[in-house]
Design a protein around this ligand. Structure first.
Ligand SMILES: C[S@@+](CC[C@H](N)C(=O)[O-])C[C@H]1O[C@@H](n2cnc3c(N)ncnc32)[C@H](O)[C@@H]1O
Length: 411
């Protein structure tokens, strides 16, 4: 049975399904979901590329930063990095290889855990990381998989390899943008129905929790006359991402969370930007239509950083300023003139090529300002966190979890 037939059957049995359920099936159905079924989404030949596809320097700079964090924790005998949604594992490979080469003491203390839901990508991880897996340095786990019909999308669930008291760094690059979201408009909450032999959008009343989310961390959809657009104003409600942050915060007794993703703040939404960011990607073409070829295209929504930071703080973690990827990587790489990028180059042509790749990761017209970095810590001296090289640039006034507003009550 194709994924479309499966979706149609579920709607016939249950009635209209929330958009998050549709997105969950399209991306993560265990047999035919976009991520579950194949491991060829990434890179030039796939549908999109991420920072680790550009050059190993992304992982190398982060290895440098992780070594500094380990030192800020007073060089514990054991430390764990837990990477959420590692895809095919290029980042983990680059961090492990570079740490092994440059940061021996940190590497000796390191256990690297990869939590990947896709069976096809987990198989790929076995290839990419064979040497580190065989050495017991890396571990691959599945994380939350199940999402039975009628239930909310796959629950957040953290699986560590070391005991809870070992310091932990949780790292997530483009993980949160791949989590299912709800969508609200002035008509209600988006559901998918099946009528006249095709999938159709229909709107049902939202939950109080979803309205409260928009009160606190976002904006409410407005009638199209008021915002002067032709289409409905659609606002995403990433409830599942909040659950992930709660779980992550619970697992970090001492350590740091580093999120790299494209996203927005409440402040930017209030200024009229990022109202409806859901996109589909196929062969490097973006489309706003999520209903074409279910299971064959990536679906993604920008991340609400105000909401993520607020949940971190509610859970007792300390959030740092929100930085652009450019500021973060410049802070780490500037000290040694990005030597991590150029070390393997033997001839000037190779240097020139790597310089272009580095430029793509760092400059505003590349990935430097599209991507942002949110860090939150617990149990580390705030002065030592503030002294991390990656946090050197950027102004603390540009972002605050206290952007979030006290909500009205919705019954
Ligand atoms: C956009 S890809 C990013 C991959 C990788 N981090 C990179 O930067 O190349 C999102 C990844 O998150 C994984 N993922 C989504 N939900 C997950 C979950 N609940 N548990 C573990 N991995 C998940 C997907 O299978 C996919 O590999």
């Amino acid at each position: 049975m194709s994924l479309r037939e499966q979706i149609e059957r579920e709607i016939r049995q249950r009635g209209p399904i929330p958009f998050s359920r549709y997105m969950q099936i399209c991306l993560y159905d265990p047999s035919h979901g976009y991520y579950s079924a194949n491991a060829e989404q990434f890179g030039k030949a796939g549908d999109f590329y991420t920072s680790s596809d550009v050059h190993a320097v992304f992982g190398r700079l982060l290895a440098r930063q992780f070594d500094e964090i380990w030192q800020a924790l007073d060089r514990p005998a054991k430390i764990e990095i837990l990477e959420l949604g590692p895809g095919r594992g290029l980042f983990a490979r680059d961090v492990l290889d570079w740490s092994n080469k440059k940061f021996h003491d940190f590497f000796a203390a390191l256990t690297y855990t990869l939590q990947e839901t896709s069976p096809a990508l987990r198989a790929k991880l076995q290839e990419t990381l064979r040497e580190h897996l065989d050495a017991g340095r890396a571990h691959v786990g599945a994380g939350a998989l199940t999402c039975p019909a009628g239930r909310s999308p796959a629950a957040a669930d953290i699986h560590r390899s070391l005991p809870p008291d070992a310091p932990l760094i949780v790292f997530a690059n483009e993980f949160f943008d791949a989590l299912p979201v709800e969508i609200l408009s002035t008509n209600g909450k988006l559901h998918i129905a099946f009528e006249n032999n095709s999938l159709r959008e229909t709107w049902l009343p939202p939950l109080a929790e979803e309205l409260e989310f928009l009160d606190r961390y976002g904006v409410h959809p407005e009638p199209r006359e008021r915002i002067d657009v032709d289409d409905d104003d659609r606002i995403e409600v990433p409830i599942l991402a909040q659950d992930w942050i709660r779980q992550i915060a619970r697992s970090i007794e001492r350590g740091l969370l580093v999120i790299v993703d494209y996203g927005y703040t409440r402040h930017q939404q209030l200024a009229g930007r990022y109202r409806g960011t859901l996109m589909a990607y196929r062969r490097h073409y973006a489309s706003p239509d999520p209903y074409q070829a279910p299971g064959e295209q990536d679906l993604t929504a920008h991340v609400n950083f105000t909401a993520l930071a607020a949940v971190c703080e509610q859970a007792g973690m300390q959030c740092e300023k929100l930085l652009t990827q450019s500021q973060f990587l410049m802070g780490i790489g500037e000290t040694n003139q990005f030597a991590d990028a150029f070390e393997d180059c033997r001839i000037p042509q190779e240097r020139a090529k790597v310089a272009l790749q580095l430029k793509h990761l760092v400059t505003p017209i590349g990935m430097g300002e599209t991507f942002q970095v949110l860090t939150a810590s617990r149990g580390i001296d705030p002065a030592r966190i503030a002294a991390l090289s990656g946090l050197r640039f950027g102004s603390s006034s540009q972002f605050s979890a206290s952007d979030a507003k006290t909500p009205a009550t919705h019954n």
